[in-house]
Design a protein around this ligand. Structure first.
Ligand code: F6R
Length: 607
């Protein structure tokens, strides 16, 4: 949540900061601002709204100078407004700060600082950082930032500049991502690699309580007690074009179309000598064999990937598996023993609730394995082992390709556990792996002709509510389908087990009420059809995701979206694609910004 950038170098900083902010906008988009130093002062421009508002407010002759910082905000403390937008400055306006995270003790700090004569001009937690640094400043910005950081409790990624030390930016972090890199034009910092990848592919991922001092020609690194150190360089090998739409009208559609590649890349190298290989698990087969309970934790879409995996792990490995929303898991007292495996799923690898749940589970003695999309992210660093989904950078706020990467990774885990437990034979595993790989082509086939999906989407014009129903893996798939619709089109949508309709939700039905059903061929197909018939009788309009060749479905469904025949275990992978496209078509028709839905941010680093 929130994106920060900084640049100090031999060219004007302004355009570099604004370009960086555009790339970080997925992290928050309610206000944005930059601060650039000239010879005598720090010039700050802040605007409410998206980065484009800021860009159009910054004139050619504004903010000229080679050192600056910028911020795109997702409001936590203080409403989205110009006065609450970052950068924030000290009383003397000689120090400017951008911050990502939450300073939990800001009220106490603010009281003390006000008592010492500091005047605050915003309602944010961040502003205390600017005043704390001002209070501690004795001619060395690094010392002052270190002193301020030692007083702050919470999460922060901070970039700070001071007019008395021209051309310098001091950076630190705790539980909030910061990457740095030296390019030809100068030194860069950002919350995410994507903002500096045009300048350099060799980056440093700053760790908690470390500091960096950026000047145009070098970046120096210091640990918490002030010792200089040589950082580890991470080379980025993914393509710069992930930050571009590549001819698609929005990132969401582009990312949906990347899903066949994600399936292939996630499976690459995972079968060796007919066995599933997940070396990242860092447990021997013997240790894995002892696993007698699995918890899958995550939030939102990542939680939904877990719901799908539960079915597969229980079916193939016969290990009881619980799936929990991370924000609940951490406040319960789940039964964790040394033979419990916890799998934490998080696209961003930054989600505060998931991270807290990981820490909690490890303290209780569980081995925790992370499934994440972001190299070096906190989830990756804090887990006992990490499996990277191969989605590459996901920019649209609504997850699509990373969800497919998560489901495929979890499916591999289920197969591996099935093998280790002796429940899946080698030929069965081989066959499953090959069918799983086939889903890449099946998705390609679905993407070739989306006319039935677009036709069904038209039905949502003027609708305010919808139900998504299915059974078994169909139910799990519906949770994700309903989330996609509600988050990007703002139509209220709920998912239910189809068999639950008559226990309550059926009362909602009236003429024309839309029901989206996952009604593919499965062991419970007939039961699902009966549930749909019950709903149709009560006036519902049924939009069914069905298996190609199924003519019977037309008796109950008003709209049919066919997908290729696939083993039920893998159906969520293929059936999710038309559900993503349906949600997007509905949202586009309603004029919604599908890449940046209101009130949301791509990574949720607050509780
Ligand atoms: C929905 C969506 C969110 C995230 C959730 C967890 O499309 O993207 O529900 O899945 O905020 O985020 P991660 O996976 O980054 O932990």
């Amino acid at each position: 949540m929130c994106g920060i950038v900084g640049f100090t170098g031999h060219v004007d900083a302004k355009d570099i900061l604004l370009d960086g902010l555009k790339r970080l906008e997925y992290r928050g988009y309610d206000s944005a601002g930059i601060a650039v130093e000239d010879d005598s002062r720090i010039n700050v421009i802040r605007r409410v709204g998206k980065v484009s508002e800021l860009v159009s407010s910054v004139g050619e002759n504004d903010c000229l100078g080679g050192c600056g910082i910028g911020h795109t905000r997702w409001a936590t403390h203080g409403a989205p407004s110009e006065r609450n937008a970052h950068p924030h400055t000290s009383c003397a306006e000689d120090i400017a700060v951008v911050h990502n995270g939450i300073i939990e003790n800001y009220l106490e700090l603010r009281e003390v600082l006000e008592g010492r004569g500091h005047t605050f001009t915003s309602d944010t937690d961040t502003e205390v950082a600017a005043h704390l640094i001002e209070e501690a400043y004795k001619g060395d910005l690094l010392d002052a930032v270190r002193s301020a950081a030692s007083q702050m409790i919470g999460a922060y990624g901070l970039a700070v500049m001071c007019i008395h030390e021209p051309g310098k930016i001091v950076v630190t972090r705790k539980d909030s991502p910061i990457v740095l890199g030296q390019g030809e034009k100068g030194a860069y910092v950002a919350s995410d690699i994507i903002a500096l990848i045009d300048a350099t592919r060799d980056v440093v991922v700053l760790e908690d309580n470390e500091f960096a001092v950026m000047t145009p020609d070098s970046i120096e690194y210091y640990d918490r007690i002030g010792n200089a150190f040589e950082p580890e360089i991470t080379h980025i090998d993914w393509d710069v074009d992930v930050a571009e739409k590549g001819g698609y009208p929005d990132f969401m559609l582009k990312e949906i179309h990347e899903q066949p590649r994600v399936v292939r890349d996630t499976l690459a190298g995972r079968m060796s000598g007919n066995e599933i290989v997940i070396d990242e698990l860092t447990l021997s087969r013997k240790e894995l064999n002892y696993v007698d309970r699995v918890y899958i934790i995550g939030c939102g879409t990542s939680y939904h990937a877990g719901l799908i995996a539960k079915n597969l792990i229980e079916a193939w490995a016969r290990i009881p598996t619980e799936v929990e929303v991370a924000s609940e898991f951490r406040y319960r007292n789940p039964i964790i023993t040394p033979t419990t495996m916890v799998v934490a799923v998080s696209q961003s690898g930054e989600t505060a609730d998931t991270l807290a749940a990981i820490r909690d589970a490890r303290v209780k003695g569980a081995k925790v394995f992370g499934i994440t999309n972001v190299l070096g992210s906190p989830v990756a660093r804090e887990s006992d082992g990490v499996i990277y989904t191969k989605a590459n950078k996901e920019i649209a706020v609504a997850s699509t390709k990373s969800f497919i990467g998560q489901v495929v990774s979890l499916t591999l885990l289920a197969m591996l556990l099935g093998r280790v437990k002796g429940k899946l034979t080698l030929p069965q595993t081989r066959m499953l792996f090959s069918e799983l790989a086939d889903t890449a082509e099946q998705i390609e086939y679905i993407l070739q002709d989306t006319s039935a999906i677009d036709e069904a989407a038209k039905y949502f014009e003027g609708r305010t509510s919808a139900l998504y129903i299915g059974r078994g893996l169909g139910e799990a798939t519906c949770y994700e389908g309903a989330l996609k619709l509600k988050e990007i089109s703002y139509i209220h949508a709920e998912a239910y087990a189809a068999g639950e309709m008559k226990h309550g939700p059926i009362a909602l039905l009236e003429d024309g009420f839309p029901i989206v059903a996952v009604a593919t061929k499965s062991p419970t197909y007939d039961k699902t059809i009966s549930n749909l018939a019950e709903s149709k009788t009560r006036g519902a309009t049924i939009i069914a995701i069905a298996t190609e060749g199924d003519e019977e479905i037309k008796k109950v469904a008003d709209y049919v979206i066919y997908i290729p025949r696939v083993r039920d275990s893998f159906m969520p992978i293929t059936a999710s694609v038309p559900l993503q496209l349906l949600a997007r078509s509905v949202a586009v028709a309603r004029g919604c910004d599908v890449d940046q839905p209101r009130n949301l941010a791509k990574s949720v680093t607050v509780e």
